[in-house]
Design a protein around this ligand. Sequence first.
Ligand SMILES: [Zn+2]
Ligand SMILES: [Zn+2]
Length: 203
Amino acid sequence: MGLGDGSYKHRIDPRPHPAAAPMSAPMKIQLHDILASEDALDYAEPVEALNATLASGNHDYEFRAPLHVQVRYSRSQLDLFFDGEVSGRAEATCGRCLEPFPLAVSQAFSLVLTPATRLSGEIELAPGDLVQSFYEGTEVDLTPLVYEQVMLALPTRPLCGEECRGLCPQCGSNRNVGHCACTIETGDPRWSTLRNLKIYRGA
Ligand SMILES: [Zn+2]
Ligand SMILES: [Zn+2]
């Protein structure tokens, strides 16, 4: 067995194991620990991967602290049941005025996971897909389940308040803070010239 025959390649695990367990670690439950009698967990779920997903989409949210997860779990034969609640606090960006504001998020959930083998390969999940309604292997990773619930709880368009007046379309200043000069200058002939140009172009 020489150095150049490639035999060492097979010893490398493609998935790196996390080094030391941090204060809030992704929560995995071993299948043999899920029993017919209900058990419960209360833990802090890290938000780094969730923030990465949120940043890649259109959602203007970021979590600055771990999520609080309370979950009860049990099994009936091969079906696994998870009931609980996830809560956290997001920094949201208002869809109208673009100002950040804190948003409390809380979502109750009730999930059933079935063995992946029952799907007989009909469903393929893309890498990073948050949807999971089945399990395989020897453990259940609660992280994607929890993340999905959080995503469901987030409003499609965050608003700092229903009464938010948004930004001035002309100068871009925050109309919640004060009146900009634009509203006063609407009668200015320079603006009316611009308006006429718009109308002319649209006709
Ligand atoms: Zn706003
Ligand atoms: Zn303005």
